[in-house]
Unconditional design. Sequence first.
Lengths: 529, 312
Amino acid sequence: MTGCGKKTDTKTAGGKPLNVMIEVEVESLDPQVAQDGTSMEVIADFTDGLKQMRADGSVTDALCSGESVSSDGLTYTFKIRDDANWSNGEPVTAGDFVFGWQRAVDPKTASEYAYMLSDIGQVKNAAAIIAGKMGVDQLGVKAVDSKTLQVQLEVPVSYFDQILYFPTFYPVNKAFFEKCGDSFATGPDTVLSNGAFIITDYQPAAVSFKLVKNEKYYDASRVKLSGLNYQVIKDSQQALLSYKNGDLDTIHLAGDQVDQIKDDPEYKSVGAGYLWYIVPMIQKNSELANLNLRMAMTYALDRETIVKDVVRDGSTASFSSVPNELAYNTKGEDFTPNQTEFSGVCAFDKAKALDYYNKAKAELKKNSFTYEMILDDTTIQQNVAAVVKEELESTLPGLTINLRVEPKKQRIQDMQDGTFQIGLTRWGPDYADPMTYLGMWVTDNPNNYGLWSNKEYDDLLAKCTTGEFSQKPEERWTAMKQAEKIMMDDAVIYPLYQQANATLIKSNVTGIEFHPVALNRVFKDTVKQ
Amino acid sequence: MKKYILKRILISLFTLLAITLVLFILLQLMPGSPFNDEKLSDDQRAVLYAKYGLDKPIYIQFFKYVANMFRGDFGVSYNISKNTPISQLIAQRLPVSIKIGFQAVFIGALIGLMLGIIAAVWHNTIWDTLSTIVSVIGVSIPSYVFALALSYQFGFKLRWFPMLYSTSREFYSSMLPSISLCMFTLASIARFTRTEMLESLNSEYIQLAESKGIYGFRLIWRHALRNTLIPIITVLAPLIVDLMTGSLVVEKIFAIPGVGSLLVTAITSNDYNVVISLSFIYSAMYIGIMLVVDILYGVIDPRIRLSGAVNE
C-alpha cells in the first residue's frame, strides 16, 4: 500500500505494553464508519473527540477547552485546545470536526451510526442530509475560526455533551483524508492520531495489531503504558490458557468458564450495559393485549435462577427497563440505583402469577394458551429460553411456550415486521441517558416491537425530549421516572437480566476503565507494573 | 491431450459461472440482510443498500458482479472489515491458509505413505497393527481435538511452540496447526496405501517381477508403489482443497488469520461479497485440482492418456 502520510515517530518511552484480548476483528478504523464496540474502543485509543469519559462514566473535556450553550439550548460553541495536534504535526482544527461530522451524515459514507447526529444528537438538518434531501454543507456545524466550532441543534438535547465521546463525532483531517482516498483508515500509514496512542501495525481484519504511546499527545504524561498489543481470540478456552501463560494481560471469559475461576482474585465481572428482556406482541395479539395475562407471565419468571444457574457470568437479574450504572443526574444519582425499584410489579411470585392468570382466563374465557417465542441461535440464549419456557409452563398450568430458534438477523427481521408472538431480545445503550431505553416504547418507534401505545407515556417523553422539560434536568428526570413506572406497570416488556462480562485482569495491571456505553474499555490511565 | 485439457478448462469456467449464479440466488434466500440492525432507520437502510448496489434487481447485481470479477474486483466487505476490497482480504488471508494446509498435506501424505507401505510389506505383524491403530485414531478423532491437545501439551505446558499464530514467527507457530490438520490425511493415506499396496503385491505382475529377481526396495518403489499411487491421488486431491481452504475450528483455536474463519463469519453476518468470492475461490481451487489430477493420472499411468486420446 502506498503511504499517504509521513511515517510517524513511534519511539516509546518508559512503561510496558498491555496485551489485550478482543473477541472479534476490528470492523473499521474509520470513526464515521465504525459501528461495533471493538472498533470504537480501538479508534478511541488513538483519537480524541471534543469530550471523553471519566472512570465513573461521566463526561469531561478532551479536545474541547471551553464550551458555551445559548439560552435556548440550540447553539453550542466549543473552543478547541491549542496544543491538540495530529500525529503528522498539523493542529486539530474546528474544520476537522466540521469535515468529520459532514462525513457522518453524507449518504456517500453511508454511516450506520449517522443517527447519532440526526435522531439522537438532533444536529440541524442532519436527518434531511441523510435522506438525501440536502447537501452536507447545510449541516448545522461550522468553523467560526480555526479553533472555534459552532453547532446548531433542531431541538435542545440535554445529553448532547455525553454523546460527543462517540467516535462518530470525532474529527478527520480533510487534507489527509483526501490524500488517502479509498484507503483511508486501512493501515498505520492511512490513519492520523491525535490521541493517547498511535497505531503502528495493522491490516484490515487483522488478528493481531499494535499501538504505541503517542509522545506528542497533549496529555501524554497521563498515559503510563508504552503501548497496546491487541490479539483476537475467538476460542475462550485458548484465551484462558494464553492468559495463564502470561501472553495476555486481560481477557473476556465465557459464562461456563466462570465456575473455574470465580475465586481467582484477578476475576472481575463488569457491566456490559445490555438489557435482555422479553417482548410480547401487544397490539396484534388479542390475548397478549390482556394486561392480566402479561402480569401473570412476568410474575412467573424467576430471574435470579436464570442469572445464577444459566447465564452465570456475573450478569444480574433485572426488574426495571433501564440498566443501572448507565445514567446519572446532575447530583450524581443513578437513574436505576438498584434493580429492585419495580420488583413489586414483576419479581417472581407464584401466588400473584396465578392470581393474575386466573383473572386473565376468566376475562379471555380460555383455559389454555399457546405462544411461540422467537430467540437468537446462540447457546446462551437457547439455554435462557429453555428455562423461561419451563418457568412459565410450570407456574401457569395450561400455558404452552414453543421456542423458535432463528439467526439473529432473522429474529430482528421478524420482530421489526411484527410477525411474532413473544420475542427474546436485548438492547445496548447508545448514550448515557435513560432516554436510550425509554425512547423505544413511544408509539411508532421502530424498536417498539410489541406496538404498545400509551398517550400519557408519549406525552411525558415528548416533554422530556423536545418539550418543556428538555432544559430542566430535574423535572426531566422525575418525568422519565414517571414514564418508566407507566410502562413497567403495563408489563410492556418482561425484563430478564442485565448482561455482564466476566473478565480477568492481571494483578500487576490497574486502571482499565470499563464502560457500558460507547467505549467499552479505556486505557489512558492504565498502569502495568 | 491439448484438446482434452482445453475442453476441461472450458467446462470448468462454465461450472464456476453456474456456481456463482446459484450462490447469488441462495444468498437472496438467506434470512436477514447485511444491514438490518435494529438501530437503522428506513432512510439509512436505503442509503446503505444504494451505496452497495443492493437495491438493484438480482440479475443486474449478478451481471455487474461477474463483469467486475473478470477485472479482479470482488467487491468490498459490508461488515467484517467495512469497505475493504475482498481481493485485499483474501490476498492477506488465503496464503496463510494455503501454507498451513500445504504443510499439513505434505506431512500427512509423506508419513501416511510410509505407514501404509510398512503395514503392507510387513502385514499381519506388529507394524501393521500399529499402523492400523494410528489410522483409526487419525480418521476417528476430529482435528480440533488434536489441536486442543497439542496446544495444551506443547504450547501451554511445555512451551515448545507458541499457542497462538504469530506473523513474526510464522513457521514456528504454524507447526501445531499443521500437525493437527494432517492427522486425517495421514490416516486416510495410510489406509489406502496399505490396501492398494497389498493388492499390488499379490498381483501377477509383481510375482512376475519377483520371478525375474527383482526384490526389496526396487520392487516396491518401481513396481508396486507406482500402481498404488493412482487411487491415492484421487483421495488426496479433495483433501488438499479441504486443507488449503482453511479449517474453521483449528483457525479459531490457534487464532490464525486464515480464510476458514472468514467464510463462517461472512455467512453469519450476511457479508455477501465475502461469501461469494470465497466460495468462488474454493470452487476454482477444487475444479483446478481435479483438472491437475486428471492430467497427473496420464503421467503416472500412460494407459489413461492413451484411452483419453482414443476417446477424442
